[in-house]
Structures are given as C-alpha cells and as structure tokens.
Write a protein that binds this ligand. Structure first.
Ligand code: NAI
Length: 334
C-alpha cells in the first residue's frame, strides 16, 4: 500500500517511520494536501492528514486510486464524507487520545488555586519566605461539581475521589453505571452550582451548551467557590466570571480556554504551523481575566502532553494497519 502523510512535524515523521516499519510504502510531508500539490500524489492508495487538508470533491477527483483516509484528528468536517462514500473511500479518525491528560491539567489548575501556588513561588523567587496571604484550602472533604461526565469528566471524578472529595455531577445523559462504580451522584446544574466548592466543566461546546454558566446562574454559586474550565471557552459567559470575581462570589477561576477562541475545533491545531497564532495572541491579550490575580489562565495547553500526542500517532498507525489487513477500526460513517 502506498500512503502519503501530510501536515507532519519532524518528530512525527521519525515516529511514524519507526512505527510503520516496512509494511507500507510511505511519503511524508509537512505541507497540507491542496489542489496545487495533489498532482504529485495521484498514485496513492491512502492518505493521512490533519485538519488543514480539505478533502473536497476536487481533491478526490485527482486521487483516482484513493481507498483510505486516516485523519490524525477527532473531528472530520474537513473531509467530504458523502463524496468519499460515493467512491468507496473509507475514513478513520482518532476518537480519543487525551482524557487523562486534560483531567490532569484540570487538577493542576485546581491545586494551583487551592494552594496559591503561583503567589507562593513568586514570593520565594523574591527571596521572601513570609506566609502572609498564602493560606490555601484543603480539597479533602470539599464538594467537586463535574459538568459533563464523559471520558474526561470520569477521569476527573476518579482523581477527585483520590483527593477524598465528595463528587456531584450534571449531564443531560446521566451514566448511572459510572455513577455507581465511581461513587458520585447526579444533580441538576442549579443544584451543582449551589453545592460545589469547585466546579469543573467537561461538556462539549454547541448551541445547547453556549453560556451554560452565565450571569444568571452564576449567582447560585457558593461564596468563595472556584470554577475550572478546560473544555471550551463558550461554555461560560466571560462577563459572568468577571463580575463574580469582582463581587467576591468566586474565590478563583482556572481556565485553559477562553471565549474568544471558539473558532478552535481541534486542540492539535494550536501546534500547527498553519494556525494563525498572532490572532489568538491578540484575542487573549485583550482578555480582562488574564490580568485578574485570582484567575489562572493557561494557553489551551491541557491536551499538550508528549503521551497524548503520541497516542494520536499510535491510533493513526493502528488505523492504517487495520485497514491494510481489511479490519474495521475507528471508521467514520457518512
Ligand atoms: P465526551 O463526549 O466523552 O463527554 C462529554 C460529556 O458532556 C457527555 O457525557 C455529554 O453527555 C455531556 N454533556 C453534553 N451536554 C451537556 C450539558 N449541557 N451539561 C452537562 N454535560 C453535558 O467528551 P470528552 O472527551 O470528555 O471531552 C469534553 C470536552 O473537553 C470536549 O468537548 C472538548 O471541548 C474539551 N477538550 C479540551 C481539551 C483541551 O486541551 N483543553 C482537549 C480535549 C477535549
């Protein structure tokens, strides 16, 4: 099988070469696949891409031997699935790669706030060892409210249990089996906001979840509670956060995502040379929360661990091997 890889970083090429071995004949490119360069790949049977290679009807017309696309992403709306189906081209994606990774980042934010980590470190860097204003709070015995109990949410719940926290959760599709196994209780969003000392969001962003936490329901939050968002910025109305911090309702916020970045579809996009980082920087620089001392903001970095990125490649390799052995793995249905 002849396969062409696109949008790769150098380390990814090395990794893929090692993992794929001699089983497939592969070409590796850092470029996107476009109408301009597609002519150079007209004999390939398979391609592997990230989300900046748009697989349109026109591109497919120019790849007459194509049978298989392995996208190195969770999302697949850069691929015209209907046209692929018409031509019998199978598409495989990477459904999961970073559940524990994002959950660990959520806890990094929680602990940084609960132990006033940044203020403490900054003070010691100035050779000041006084403890004034550095008193934190225990997680043990506190209530953790998890909004969204999917893959990431369930990892967060397990970690919360490890810290001896009481866990409550909200999700329109409750997973009672997980609740029983992990030992948490489902409540309404309103009850969760009222009862939690730490609220953490792990729901997808869509029309229904836009401003799930907003100026109205943030009033329900316990005085001094902390809100963590590692999911998508648009889940929280930014103004609500700013006001709640100003009025002292919230004790702190930890954000890996901000509302301006809703245009980001896929985390790995942020590492791509094709992504306009300047636009992102300007959007972030404007953000009032970044400068609030009770807010900790990270640059949408929760997914970015060595292991998570390798898992994307590993799943892609598995998808390619499965295809070459006529097995169905992670196939996306049109
Ligand atoms: P998942 O699809 O496994 O779980 C999402 C859960 O949210 C589901 O149980 C779903 O029923 C629930 N949900 C849907 N609407 C809800 C609502 N209105 N209220 C409460 N729960 C609701 O997704 P997974 O893998 O756990 O990821 C969660 C989110 O994390 C993703 O949608 C993505 O936006 C974000 N993410 C962020 C990363 C980062 O680097 N910061 C990396 C990867 C994902």
């Amino acid at each position: 099988m002849k396969i062409a890889f696109f949008e790769l970083e150098e380390w990814e090429t090395d990794y893929l070469k090692k993992e794929l071995g001699a089983e497939v004949e592969a070409v590796y490119s850092t470029d996107k696949l476009t109408e301009e360069n597609v002519g150079d790949f007209k004999d390939v049977e398979a391609i592997s891409i990230f989300i900046y290679s748009f697989i349109t009807k026109e591109i497919l017309d120019k790849l007459p031997n194509l049978k298989f696309i392995a996208t190195m992403s969770t999302g697949f709306d850069h691929i015209n699935l209907a046209e692929c189906k018409k031509r019998g081209v199978e598409v495989a994606n990477v459904p999961y790669y970073g559940e524990n990774t994002v959950a660990e980042h959520a806890f990094a934010l929680i602990l940084a706030i609960s132990r006033k980590l940044f203020e403490s470190v900054e003070r010691v860097k100035k050779e000041d060892f006084s403890l004034d204003g550095l008193r934190g709070f225990d997680l043990s015995g506190k209530t953790l409210g998890v909004i969204g109990t999917g893959h990431i949410g369930q990892h967060v719940i397990r970690m919360g249990k490890g810290f001896e926290m009481n866990i409550i959760a909200s999700d329109p599709y409750p997973n009672e089996k997980a609740a029983k196994k992990l030992g948490f209780k489902y409540v309404s969003l309103e009850e969760l906001l009222k009862a939690s000392d730490v609220v953490t969001l792990h729901a997808p962003y869509c029309k229904e979840t836009h401003h799930l936490v907003n100026k109205e329901n943030i009033k329900l939050v316990k005085k001094g509670a902390v809100i963590i968002n590692t999911a998508r910025g648009g889940l929280i109305e930014t103004e609500a956060l700013v006001q709640a911090l100003e009025s002292g309702v919230l004790g702190g916020v930890g954000l890996d995502v901000l509302e301006e970045e809703v245009m980001i579809k896929e985390e790995k996009e942020l590492l791509s040379k094709h992504y306009n980082k300047e636009e992102m920087k300007i959007a972030l620089e404007d953000h009032i929360l970044i400068h609030d001392p009770r807010a900790i903001v990270t640059p949408h970095n929760a997914f970015n661990s060595e292991e998570a990125l390798k898992r994307i490649l590993d799943t892609t390799v598995e998808n390619i091997k499965a295809y070459s052995q006529n097995k169905e793995l992670n196939l996306v249905k049109a």
